[in-house]
Design a protein around this ligand. Sequence first.
Ligand code: HEC
Length: 130
Amino acid sequence: MKSKIVLIFIAFIFIYCQGNIYAQGERIYTTYCLNCHGKDGNGLKNLYPPLNKSDFYAANYEKVPCIILHGLEDEIQVNGKNFMMPMAGFSNLTDVDITNLINYINTAWENKLPETTIVKVKESLEKCPE
Ligand code: HEC
């Protein structure tokens, strides 16, 4: 009887943790990104580009850590629409924050992008343009 309770408890913890792997990433998204990129990741009209199913994001995957840390000031095309307002960087975020955030975005909404690691994020950050 006792062991059954322990088993149920372990199963509960396991399921609970599975559902929350990217909980920290989600919190960072909600705090820093949601205002512009939206709850559903679809951005806002011609002002803020989507992060949900963004062809730009997928094609520039290596550069995403730099975009988050240093911002972006380019005229870019995302899913056929042009965007040109600059985005400020988030230099307060750590490498761990950025990794968790990217992993959240990669599987949020309709995204099905592979998981990233802190090692890959650090490698990308070393190659950021000045
Ligand atoms: C104040 C509004 C604002 C906030 C907050 C913001 N962004 Fe952006 N983001 C933009 C704009 C505007 C662009 C387009 C920049 C350009 O054209 O150079 C952009 C572009 C991007 C892109 C590349 C284009 C795309 O859609 O794939 C990524 C990736 C991105 N943002 C991620 C983030 C993440 C992650 C956060 C939170 C840490 C964030 N942004 C917070 C406004 C914002």
